[in-house]
Design a binder for this molecule. Structure first.
Ligand code: NOJ
Length: 547
């Protein structure tokens, strides 16, 4: 494997004016979990025609790009993250014609469409794996990670599966184990094999040729494993109640030095096309995360930054993480922020409804591309799923640990009609009990809803270059207040966020003699002038225009 020889890239334009940045730098991404967004054919599962019928809503909201979790042919052992044909649409979601129409309709509205690329593993029903497992001398044997048993007949090493138990599965017929970082139905590909590399890069080209605007790349940091198959060390921080996977530090099964050559190869494919974006799913500490921008910024355009998901909701810790992240970004690298996704408890459940509003202000006023998770904009909460209705394999495999991801994957709550306007029949996961009250239609009519807040934040971001492309300067604050300045060409905004339920004060006189609140989680306070000591209610976040 060699690096493609190329000059260093900077993503900061020579003339940093609005419109001179790339669309994904100035834009806002919205993640759709396709099973749960809108059911078009009334079978209880969301689909592509359903998404098309809701695009006007997304346009009204003001987002710029839509990322779809996998829509490809799949036995659905991991709800689409187990792919059996990378270039076919699963019939549950529709046809390739439906996909083409969706892409055209997204583009017609001036928006972009991103797909999920799952290069680390396939389904065990993928023809590649069926061939690979058929015999030891099959030409595709080396496309996956086959190993002889350890001398005692057990697995080749101690690597664990994220979804519980050993990462190794015994194959009786050929007398070897194969490795799967996730389900046994999701065998890991061997990315050291050039044929695998070529095949997956061609998958990318297939969709890029169709005109998709980029990919979110699933567990990109997993794709290459230690060449010597060394055992992972124990995790000294492991405590009972954590997933079994957390018993170890995955030092040899993830984030290997060679992964960056693979990321660069993928990026080189993206660069064969115009203005496409590659986002990497990476759960790593900041100093490792930023290495995925690649040497000379020739890696992922946006290594997903999950700090706001993994950190406790604490102003000092978040302020520190923002500073560390801003400081660690490579020159020319572009930041990004995420509050939620289909694998994590929803923000409204993590921090409560009142703080979820503050979180919205944070997400949309920080420097860098924000990604919204469907339903968070109406304050959807995790929905408790009765044990007999649990569908997520992570939940089913580790029933005592409360790890099911179903609660954050429930149907979008559109209106107060039966099944919330999502479908006419029993949906694949139950709707939230409160959907008659908490839904898009009701929130659109309510000036004080979190949806109205999101829409206004998005409008503010679109209107003010300071938020899209301006500088970020942290402002020292005490206790549970988070404060920072955003500025572009003399247009200065002060953001003050109270991350507690209690009132507090913030002294702003050293920044400006006075200012005007242009946006507030408490709408009644907008338009007011502030000076000196600013008083904040509990759960209040405000954006102040400084002179
Ligand atoms: C990460 C995805 O986000 C998650 O949903 C999936 O289960 C695993 N990767 C395996 O593909």
């Amino acid at each position: 494997m060699t690096h493609p020889a190329a000059a260093p890239q900077s993503l900061i334009p020579v003339n940093p004016a609005p419109g001179n940045f790339l669309w994904w730098q100035e834009g806002i991404i919205y993640q759709i979990y396709p099973r749960s967004f809108q059911d078009g054919n009334q079978d209880g599962v969301g689909d592509l025609p359903g998404i098309v019928s809701r695009l006007d809503y997304l346009q009204w909201l003001g987002v710029d790009a839509v990322w779809l979790s996998p829509i490809f042919a799949s036995p659905m052992a991991d709800f689409g993250y187990d792919i059996s044909d990378y270039t076919a649409v699963h019939p549950l979601f529709g046809t390739m014609e439906d996909f083409d129409r969706l892409l055209a309709e997204v583009h017609r509205r001036g928006m972009k469409l991103l797909l999920d690329l799952v290069p680390n593993h396939t389904s065990d029903q993928h023809p590649w794996f069926l061939e690979s497992r058929s015999s030891r001398d099959n030409p595709k044997r080396d496309w996956y990670l086959w190993r002889d048993p350890a001398p005692d007949g057990g697995p080749p090493n101690n690597w664990l599966s994220v979804f519980g138990g050993s990462g190794w599965e015994w194959d009786e017929q050929t007398g070897q184990y194969y490795y799967h970082a996730f389900l046994r139905e999701q065998p890991d590909l061997n990315w050291r094999n050039p044929e695998v590399q070529r095949a997956m890069l061609d998958v990318m080209r297939f969709w890029l040729d169709k005109g998709v605007d980029g990919f979110r790349v699933d567990v990109i940091y997993h794709v290459i494993k230690d060449a010597n198959w060394r055992n992972n060390p124990p995790n000294p921080d492991y405590r009972q109640g954590m997933a079994t996977y957390d018993q170890q530090i995955p030092a040899y099964s993830t984030d290997q030095p060679e992964v960056h050559q693979i990321v660069a190869m993928m990026r080189a494919v993206m660069d064969e096309y115009d203005e496409r974006v590659m986002i990497g799913e990476i759960y790593l500490p900041i100093h490792k995360l930023v290495t995925y921008y690649g040497a000379d910024n020739r890696g992922a355009h946006l290594p997903f930054n999950f700090q706001l998901i993994v950190l406790p909701w604490n102003a000092r810790q978040i302020a520190l993480a923002i500073d560390q992240y801003e400081g660690a970004l490579p020159s020319g690298g572009w930041p990004n922020w995420v509050l939620g996704n289909h694998d994590q408890p929803r923000i409204a459940s993590r921090v409560g409804h009142a703080q979820a509003r503050v979180a919205a202000v944070l997400l949309l006023t920080l420097r860098g591309t924000p990604t919204l998770y469907y339903g968070d904009e109406i304050g959807m909460r995790d929905v408790p799923i009765p044990p007999e209705l649990v569908r997520d394999p992570q939940g089913l495999n580790m029933p005592d640990l409360d790890l099911s991801r179903d609660p954050e994957r429930t149907p979008m709550q559109w209106d107060a009609s039966p099944y919330g306007g999502f479908t006419n029949t029993v949906p694949w996961l139950p709707l939230a009990d409160d959907y008659r009250r908490v839904n898009v239609e009701a929130a659109q009519r309510d000036e004080t809803s979190v949806l109205t807040l999101y829409r206004r934040l998005i409008a503010l971001r679109r209107a003010e270059p300071a938020f899209r492309i301006g500088s970020y300067v942290p402002v020292p604050a005490e206790g549970n207040i988070l404060a920072y300045l955003r500025e572009f060409e003399g247009n200065r905004f002060l953001v003050i966020l109270n991350l507690t339920h209690r009132t507090c004060h913030f002294a702003m006189h050293h920044l400006a003699p006075e200012g005007k609140i242009v946006l507030d989680t408490i709408p009644e306070r907008e338009g007011r002038a502030v000076r000196g000591r600013v008083s904040l209610n509990g759960d209040e976040g405000m954006v102040i225009k400084l002179p």
